[in-house]
Design a protein around this ligand. Structure first.
Ligand code: SF4
Length: 232
């Protein structure tokens, strides 16, 4: 697949009156903000408790997620859930989403091979992430891997250098103003977002690809434990 240069973006598909994640999810099903909707099966929106204390942001849905329409249900998702549990975070207190909400892949024969989203896809899809955060009130935001880090923290952030480090949210975001206010009611009243913290770590698929999966898994759990301890 050739690199895409521009895309209209998701903003025009987001109904301003959407108060809940369910309403956003319904609207995202019809998003045409970039070309990824054409080859993927469906939009894979975030899921979890709207009052989740921890929001985890990954890259994009994988093959299985694309088929099922749910994020983090494939092998990487199972590994992530185990790591969250091993870190001492209640898996019932999490909300899971991705920076890009359609599966980007390349066809090789009948196989659909994952392709990392380009910057244009991350930028096009970012309004959905902003809209999700406007309706969530996490205490901790966990950024999983480089694509999510680019979406939230900008292109210069290096997960390998700053993983496991607690940072102020949304002050650490590339455009903190996008995340600083949350709607209070459907009349458009807004308030300051509650103080939260952000932590970056590797994507669980990086554990699955690692030469030494045990070491990589332990590193992921160690980072997540920092988040677990920060929960008030
Ligand atoms: S990847 Fe995001 S911006 Fe692109 S069509 Fe899908 S939901 Fe819309």
């Amino acid at each position: 697949m050739a690199e895409t240069e521009s895309a209209p973006g998701a903003q025009e598909f987001i109904p301003p009156q959407a108060d809940t994640i369910d309403e956003l999810r319904a609207a995202a099903a019809g998003c045409r903000g970039c070309e990824l909707y054409r080859d993927a099966s469906q939009t894979v929106f975030g899921r979890g408790d709207e009052s989740a204390r921890v929001v985890l942001v990954g890259e994009q849905p994988g093959d299985l997620e694309d088929q099922k329409g749910l994020p983090f249900v494939g092998p990487a998702g199972r590994l992530l859930r185990r790591a969250v549990d091993d870190a001492g975070i209640n898996t019932g207190q999490i909300y899971l989403t991705n920076a890009v909400k359609h599966f980007r892949f390349e066809l090789r024969g009948k196989r659909r091979i994952h392709q990392t989203p380009d910057r244009v896809h991350i930028t096009a899809c970012r309004p959905w992430l902003v809209a999700e955060f406007a309706r969530l009130h996490p205490e901790i935001v966990v950024v999983l891997g480089a694509t999510a880090a680019k979406a939230l923290l900008g292109p210069t952030f290096r997960v390998t250098k700053q993983r496991g480090e607690l940072m102020p949210w949304p002050a650490a975001a590339q455009h903190p103003e996008d995340f600083a206010r949350v709607p209070v009611d459907s009349d458009g009243k807004v308030a300051d977002a509650p103080a939260a913290r952000l932590l970056a770590t590797i994507h669980p698929s990086a554990v699955l690809r690692a030469d030494n999966q045990d070491v990589a898994y332990d590193g992921l759990v160690k980072d997540l434990r920092v988040a677990a301890r920060a929960l008030r």
